[in-house]
Design a protein around this ligand. Structure first.
Ligand code: NAD
Ligand code: ZN
Ligand code: ZN
Length: 346
């Protein structure tokens, strides 16, 4: 089968032929119907060879949708022909966090060598992907896999962090979304769907600001120092009740710190390496600073239900498998709007 693989540290990914996997006991083989491309892969492909955490070559793609092609022994809840999406942050399934569905915070996964598909084990940028357990699949029925696949990360990651900050997003409050790309434009829609907050989006690209407005943002502003005063003005001087930084570089984390109000949440989701100062008098009183990683199994189930109701509509750019390496180049150059989704059969 064809697969987009990261083969050598520092070299661009390539489309290559690899053997199609076969499902063992408890496993499920999916014929990939759609696979989303995430900015995190660019971060991974920027890491140095020394200490690189994954075995190479690595088939990329940690947002996957597929149709069940074959199942191993002792698979009971999905059947050949079912349409599903993949829950990516696999955990051990046995610890307390996993028992709550919070496999994204499984403390044992790393030690047990359990990795998400596309981030340590073969991912979804291929004709087929092997899933380790049926609990990592969510049925999507007749939802369009191309529209739905970004919900597994570009939707799930914002949904998880927004739910954490929901007590702060009361009527009359203001939420700021920094970076209205794949994750950020879905975050804007989710904030509108689940909260009463006013939503301000910041981005350095005009196209992304336009996408934010089309996604339901009340305001979209350039992401620079002028936005600090603008947010203060829009909030009557109070500042934002929650900032969601989907860029996470030092410049945006600094902006976020200057925009939060008292008793507010500063959420760092982007993996740009920025650091927020924490300590008395560094940020407004009562600021909670946090990072989040992906989301829980139950949240993905909730998100699929939300999509079924029509409350989220991901802006998708569609590509074929052979376009994989070019999609990463386009993403690096800031030339993707919304989410790039690869459709192997196109
Ligand atoms: P993307 O490339 O689709 O979107 C990035 C957006 O940020 C673009 O609209 C871009 O114009 C904008 N941007 C870039 N620099 C900016 C700046 N200085 N100020 C404001 N806007 C700026 O990326 P994505 O796939 O949505 O990923 C966003 C970030 O989230 C990445 O860092 C990614 O690695 C990270 N991520 C984190 C998790 C997690 O679990 N914490 C999960 C998925 C992705
Ligand atoms: Zn991702
Ligand atoms: Zn666990």
């Amino acid at each position: 089968m064809r697969a987009v693989q990261y083969i050598e540290v520092g070299r661009p990914p390539r489309v290559v032929d690899v053997p199609a996997p076969e499902p063992g006991p408890g496993q499920i083989l999916l014929r990939v119907t759609a696979a989303g491309v995430c900015h995190s892969d660019l971060a991974v492909m920027g890491w140095p060879a020394e200490g690189f955490p994954y075995a190479l070559p690595l088939t990329l793609g940690h947002e996957g949708a597929g149709r069940v092609e074959a199942v191993g022994d002792e698979v009971y809840t999905v059947a050949v022909g079912d349409d599903v999406v993949v829950y990516g942050p696999w955990g051990c399934g046995m610890c307390r966090n996993c028992s709550l569905g919070l496999e994204n915070y499984c403390p044992r996964a790393a030690a047990l060598g359990i990795h998400p598909p596309g981030l340590g084990r073969p991912g979804a940028l291929a004709e087929y992907v092997l899933i380790d357990a049926e609990r990592h699949l969510v049925p999507i029925g007749d939802l369009d896999p191309v529209q739905t696949v970004p919900l597994t990360d570009a939707g799930l990651t914002p949904y998880h962090v927004i739910k954490r900050s929901l007590p702060r997003l009361y009527a009359g409050s203001t939420a700021v979304v920094i970076g209205a790309g794949g994750l950020g434009h879905v975050a804007v829609q989710l904030l509108r769907a689940v909260s009463a907050a006013s939503v301000v989006a910041l981005d350095i690209r005009e196209e992304s600001r336009e996408l934010a407005l089309r996604s339901g943002a009340h305001h979209a502003l350039p992401s620079d120092a002028s936005a600090v005063d603008a947010v203060r003005d829009l909030t009557g001087g109070a500042g934002a009740s929650a900032v969601f930084d989907f860029v996470g570089v030092q410049a945006t984390v600094d902006l976020a710190g200057r925009m939060v109000g008292m008793d507010a949440d500063l959420n760092i989701v982007g993996i740009g390496g920025g650091v927020a100062p924490v300590g008395f008098d560094t940020l407004p009183f009562g600021t909670r600073v946090g990072t989040t990683y992906w989301g829980s199994r139950s949240e993905l189930i909730e998100l699929i239900a939300l999509a079924r109701r029509g409350a989220v509509s991901v802006h998708v750019e569609r590509y074929g498998l052979e376009d994989g390496p070019e999609v990463y180049e386009r993403m690096k150059a800031g030339r993707i709007q919304g989410r790039a989704v690869i459709v192997p059969e196109s």
